[in-house]
Design a protein around this ligand. Structure first.
Ligand code: DQA
Length: 145
């Protein structure tokens, strides 16, 4: 049976490519999905790739991943800085979650320096642009092996 890694994306990430390209780059979320599928395939994994602008969807998908996935690569977007619901959802599931961000949140505005996810994540990757996603997938595949 092929093992699945969930890649879950939060608010505004659907606008990648046209959204502040100086910070987030020119790739669209569809481009990043292609990169993720390719990286996972090479490692022997399948990707379930999702995006929502709604916090509750992200909570539901974390719960679903807890039942179906070997791990989760989560770009929570701005909810990473604010959401106790996402923090609690991660605590409620038994699979590793890697928090990731395209940008280096610690080199940006001070309100981005705090993350509600990092204390309950297995690890955090930020600042590598789209490679943050493939690095997270590599880390999760290693954890699952
Ligand atoms: C982001 C960083 C967040 O601070 C921001 O709100 C985003 C994108 C990133 O991938 O760099 O929406 O998660």
């Amino acid at each position: 049976m092929t093992k699945t890694i969930f890649v879950i994306n939060g608010p505004n990430l659907n606008a990648l490519g046209k959204r502040e390209p100086g910070i987030y780059g020119a790739k669209t979320l569809a481009d990043i999905e292609t990169d993720c599928r390719e990286a996972a395939r090479r490692l022997g994994y399948e990707i379930e790739f999702r995006q929502s602008n709604h916090e509750g969807d992200l909570v539901d998908w974390l719960h679903e991943a807890g039942d179906k996935a070997v791990g989760v690569a989560l770009n929570p977007g701005a909810y990473g800085h604010t959401s106790i619901a996402l923090h609690d959802a991660i605590r409620a599931i038994g699979v590793p979650v890697v928090e990731l961000h395209l940008s280096n949140i610690h080199a940006r505005e001070s309100f981005r320096h705090t993350t509600r996810i990092a204390p309950v994540a297995t690890g955090v990757i930020c600042g590598f642009g789209p490679s943050s996603y493939t690095l997270a997938i590599t880390a999760l595949a290693e954890l699952a092996s």
